[in-house]
Design a protein around this ligand. Structure first.
Ligand code: NAI
Ligand code: MG
Length: 357
């Protein structure tokens, strides 16, 4: 029987509330299928750890994580206590960069029973994936500040785009599009950013020649944001730089009913390093500690992790159970207009998984 070693980092805020729920679902599906085992190790890294130890993770944190098959990550950030740029770069972004998780994969799918804020959309009308470049671009971390405290104070945040980094992301997106509706939108802002994103466009044209069966389009990011709102059904796969992909996927969360539903994977396709699976949402300090965070994004993220590990039928069981629970509408979280608690939503998902066995 296959055994997978999973590093679990609940992190901060609602990350600590939804991560155990995701693990409960993974356990349920493991029990029902009986075809693999999961071995978890928990790491209490995050803002509390930082306040005690002065760093978001131990010095050898990356060495500790390296042997795992995957990382299951809740959320990071407690902006009232630790500045966001410290907490995010010290843990999440560090793992993405050092483990070369250069693909951030974010599906946008309108679940049955979930009301989109867009008029007249029903389940299945919205079904796209955004492939976000995840290790360079606008979030490369290159830059600095000089002349602090003087009127000449200066801040530089340098976007870094490499041909290798861009091409491998675009190639991944083409392969994904080939397995779906064979349509890929290249999202840039190369009318204004005339160095980096023209390189991106050139890479796109080059890689596109390898995939003659995939229909392509080019769009500027502002127009793409509007298109997601006005005609989301026209989008199959879109590929974008780090920041643009980040912003567009929050739009994706909003139009598919709630950020509390959106899953995400930070993927190292070559499997040289572990990949990390985390919901799109953050630590939601506004609702933390109340037991009302929607666990579906975290649960769905667990399905993405199992799918990546090769446990396709277990992943499908989870996604089908989510569809059943939202479609039935008896246990919906507050974000979806229901009254169910975090635990009640999870219980409903687990009950359906068990009923299917
Ligand atoms: P957020 O995603 O935490 O929250 C945005 C809004 O969505 C809030 O109103 C929140 O209540 C709601 N929401 C989010 N997840 C939900 C869920 N599961 N169920 C119900 N409602 C949910 O984004 P925000 O407020 O901009 O950031 C809060 C903190 O999280 C900051 O420290 C930020 O840096 C961090 N952050 C961390 C991320 C990560 O760990 N991947 C991603 C985004 C933000
Ligand atoms: Mg984001």
């Amino acid at each position: 029987m296959k055994e997978y070693h999973i590093a679990v980092i609940p992190g901060d805020g609602i990350g600590q509330e939804v991560t155990p729920e995701g693990v409960r679902v993974l356990e349920a599906v493991r029990e029902v299928t009986g075809s693999f085992s999961l071995n978890y190790e928990y790491f209490p890294w995050g803002c509390d750890y930082y306040l005690k130890n002065g760093s978001m993770m131990p010095e050898n944190g990356m060495d500790i994580l390296r042997p795992f098959d995957a990382i299951y990550f809740g959320a990071v950030g407690l902006p009232d206590r630790v500045p966001d740029h410290v907490s995010l770069h010290g843990l999440l972004i560090r793992i993405r960069l050092e483990f070369d998780q250069y693909i951030c994969l974010r599906p946008g799918y309108l679940l049955p029973g979930v009301k989109s804020p867009l008029e007249g959309k029903k389940s299945g009308d919205i079904d796209f994936v955004i492939v976000r470049e995840n290790t360079e671009g606008e979030y490369s971390g290159a830059g600095g500040r000089c002349h602090p405290g003087t009127p000449f104070e200066l801040a530089l945040e340098t976007s870094v785009f490499t041909k290798t980094g861009v091409e491998r992301t675009i190639r991944y997106a083409f392969n994904l599009a080939q397995s779906r509706r064979k349509h890929l939108i290249c999202v840039t802002k190369s009318n204004a950013q005339r160095h980096t994103l023209t390189l991106w466009d050139e890479c796109f044209e080059r890689v596109a020649r390898e995939f003659p069966d995939v229909r392509t389009e080019r769009m500027l990011v502002d127009a793409m944001a509007a298109r997601l709102v006005l005609h989301p059904e026209s989008v199959d796969v879109a590929v974008a730089s780090n920041m643009f992909g980040d912003i567009l996927t929050d739009v994706g969360g909003a139009i598919t009913g709630s950020l509390g539903l959106s899953p995400s994977g930070n993927i190292n396709p070559e499997r040289t390093f572990p990949s990390m699976f985390e919901p799109v949402h953050g630590s939601a300090p506004d609702i933390m500690g109340q037991g009302i965070a929607d666990p579906i994004a975290m649960i769905w993220t667990g399905a993405m992790m199992l799918d990546f590990l090769g446990e396709k039928s277990a992943a499908e069981l989870i996604v089908n159970a989510i569809r059943h629970v939202t479609g039935e509408g008896r246990f919906l979280g507050r974000d979806l207009g229901g009254t169910a608690s975090t635990a009640q939503v999870t219980d409903a998902v687990i009950a359906h998984i068990k009923a299917c066995s």
